[in-house]
Design a protein around this ligand. Structure first.
Ligand code: SF4
Length: 418
């Protein structure tokens, strides 16, 4: 069988398996619970995504959350279906889908006001540079979503330096809680995550941190230590980018390499997809309170719910396969360790500019979110954008632990995003 044929068969098998995994959820549980002689109420509870403690806040949230970096105004059916499975952690941001993520939540709540009390709504102060910016964005988000308060508010959205966690921000967060505009406060981080988390663990005003965390990060000792420090301090960890670029690109299966085939083949035999395995891996870590995952349609939602409810834990062999895949494909994934490449690039690219550009390119290539990728890229000062392709990245490439071809990727980013 040639490679093309091999790939076709794998794809067909994969799609069939995915459908079975998703469709089999309800009947599998109905059968199991029926035999155990449980009541209808107990059965219904078993079909709900479990809740976990959110650090020391006293709150419990659904461990699988809905990531909403897409237009929810046109996808109300996804919101409705999350409720069926108890996926009540909804994660949005000021910038997602140009505001149409928050507006979609507002539209849903205008029609279903009683649902608000069951939800845990999270938003973020995207692009805010000052506390005044944070205040403005919070006001806009509340208005768009047609709500009086946000359960968790993240600012900065994408911290890359502990110095961003200022006393001024602390005072603002405490004031916003007193005004009952937010219940809890934290920040998200895509780069220099270990340093930001370690700093948060020493602060008494951070309720949660949202770092990138997936099978590509589990070997990172510095990040693991920082997560542990937060966990011990009662700061909730909410994982983002949980599937970590496996075989789904732009929400379609894409088997391009031998490593992809090996990954898909292994997990097909276990009865789940690589993306389901990646979610399982993160949620098997009980320090993680929740993992909001981008779920643009009901099929993906059902598959992810199945990952949480429907199968046993990953084995050591499964973990090894994910680890091997991470190693084989590391040059296609920026791990956000910006302090490493920052030390080898000109001042104008610090802090975290290269890591940011790699992420914008991921939004474009893997998520297919071209508008957001271009919008974020456009926020880089014009004087820096104009020089990106003429800078030398040889030393940064030599330092990069993921072996990213940084120079080539910067050129690709400029050609696609500028
Ligand atoms: S480009 Fe390399 S060194 Fe820089 S943040 Fe990404 S993975 Fe780390």
């Amino acid at each position: 069988m040639d490679n093309k044929e091999n790939s076709r068969v794998t794809r067909r098998d994969f799609m069939r398996q995915s459908a079975i995994v998703a469709a089999g959820l309800g009947s599998a549980f109905a059968g199991a619970t029926g035999q155990a002689g449980l009541t209808a109420g107990q059965e219904a509870e078993l079909l709900q995504v479990p809740k976990r403690k959110l650090g020391k806040t006293g709150e419990k949230v659904s461990c699988l959350g809905l990531g909403t970096m897409f237009n929810l105004v046109d996808s109300q059916i996804v919101l409705r279906n999350t409720l069926k499975w108890g996926v009540t952690y909804w994660d949005t941001s000021h910038s997602y889908a140009g505001g149409n993520s928050e507006l979609g939540i507002g539209k849903f709540l205008a029609r279903n006001p009683k649902v608000r009390k069951d939800l845990f709504i999270v938003s973020k102060a995207s692009g805010a540079r000052t506390v005044a910016d944070v205040e403005k964005r919070l006001a806009t988000s509340l208005k768009r979503m047609n709500i009086d308060y946000i359960d968790m508010y993240y600012a900065p959205h994408g911290a890359s330096d502990p110095a961003q966690l200022t006393d001024e921000l602390k005072q603002w967060a405490e004031g916003a809680k007193k005004r009952k505009l937010i219940r809890f406060f934290g920040f998200s981080t895509h780069s220099n995550m270990a340093k930001c988390l370690a700093a948060a663990a020493k602060l008494d005003w951070i309720d949660a941190v949202m770092p990138m965390y997936n099978f590509r990060h589990v070997q990172d000792d510095e990040l693991q230590n920082a997560i542990e420090a937060c966990h011990k301090a009662g700061i909730a960890i909410v994982a983002m980018k949980t599937t970590g670029k496996t075989t789904i690109k732009r929400f379609r299966l894409s088997i391009e390499t031998e490593a992809d085939k090996k990954l898909v083949g292994h997990f097909l035999k276990q009865g789940f997809t690589p993306e389901q395995a990646a979610i399982k891996l993160v949620l098997q870590d009980k320090r993680i309170s929740a993992a909001p995952v981008q779920m643009e349609n009901v099929a993906v939602l059902n598959q992810n719910v199945a990952a949480v409810l429907g199968k046993p834990n990953l084995t050591q062999a499964d973990r090894e396969v994910l680890k091997e895949y991470a190693e084989a494909t590391c040059s296609g994934y920026c791990a956000g360790c910006a302090h490493i490449c920052d030390a080898a690039v000109p001042d104008v690219l610090r802090p975290g500019r290269i890591s940011d550009i790699m992420r914008y390119l991921m939004y474009y290539n893997s998520y297919g979110d071209k508008a957001r990728a271009r919008e974020l890229f456009a926020q880089i000062p014009h004087s820096v954008r104009g020089r990106l392709t003429s800078m030398d990245y040889v030393f940064a490439e030599a330092r990069c632990p993921q072996h990213l071809p940084i120079g080539r990727l910067v050129v690709e980013a400029v050609s696609k995003l500028a």
